[in-house]
Design a protein around this ligand. Structure first.
Ligand code: ADP
Ligand code: MG
Length: 233
């Protein structure tokens, strides 16, 4: 299988007083389409930094990020923005929905940038709300939705551009156990159905068996990875 997301010797340094802090230290990672990878590790170990670099939101100090065969460092800023818009779906812990907009409108707001017709976009938005289990609530605004429903809107929104790579940062941190499990199950189904290369940062070790592999961050270094069954990958 070809890799949808590749990080090659990626390091990310931040100035830290007189010295530098290595948020990422020579990280290597490949994720294929249809693969669901969990990323675990202590707080401050670099998990969100890895997602930010993979999302092309942060440029690494050194190393390569390749998305769908494109070396991100070779792109101009405008090309990078287009790549992110067309290939990357980002889901953070807090859904960050706009309070004034309905669920359908949350999905449509970025879509005019992708040059689709309003009608096609509306149809896709309705389909995706259906996929995430929100058929019939497209007209509701965030305050009328539960926390779990808001996270589902967030997931549907990330899928609007048909991303190759889906990056998810602690999607269940604000949810109770039952809703957390259904969100991880949804991400599993989405990964299978849309063949996304999905990376999910999580603290919920009990849901790791729903994913294909587990990678661990520690002090900016990544160990990849054991299958949940314990087989080296
Ligand atoms: P995690 O998501 O695993 O908790 P982060 O990727 O957020 O870890 O952070 C990794 C390290 O990088 C931490 O030491 C954090 O303080 C540092 N860091 C993250 N973002 C910045 C930033 N914008 N400026 C300086 N240091 C940062
Ligand atoms: Mg984090």
């Amino acid at each position: 299988m070809t890799s949808a997301l590749t990080l090659l010797n990626v390091s990310l340094e931040y100035p830290d007083g007189g010295s530098t802090l290595k948020a990422l230290d020579t990280v290597n990672l490949k994720v294929s389409r249809g693969e669901f990878l969990s990323l675990v590790g202590p707080s401050g170990s670099g998990k969100s930094s890895l997602l930010a670099v993979a999302a092309t939101l942060v440029t690494p100090t050194s190393g390569l990020v390749v998305i769908d065969g494109q070396d991100v460092s070779a792109l101009k800023e405008s090309e990078r923005t287009a790549l992110r818009r067309d290939k990357v779906g980002i889901i953070f812990q807090q859904p960050n929905l706009l309070p004034a907009l309905t669920a359908v409108e949350q999905l449509l707001i970025l879509d005019h940038l992708r040059g689709k017709s309003v009608r096609a976009a509306k149809q896709r938005a309705e389909e995706l709300l259906d996929v995430v289990g929100l058929a019939g609530v497209g007209h509701k605004r965030p305050h009328q939705l539960s926390g779990g429903q808001r996270q589902r809107v967030n997931i549907a929104r990330a899928l609007m551009g048909s991303p190759t790579v889906l990056l998810v940062d602690e999607p269940t941190a604000a949810l109770d156990h039952e809703r957390s499990e259904s969100i991880v199950r949804l991400l599993r189904r989405v990964t299978d159905e849309f063949s996304t290369a999905t990376v999910m940062v999580t603290h919920d070790t009990e849901f790791l068996p729903l994913t294909d592999a587990v990678a661990t961050m520690r002090d900016g270094r990544l160990s990849r990875a054991l299958e949940p069954s314990g087989q080296p990958n």
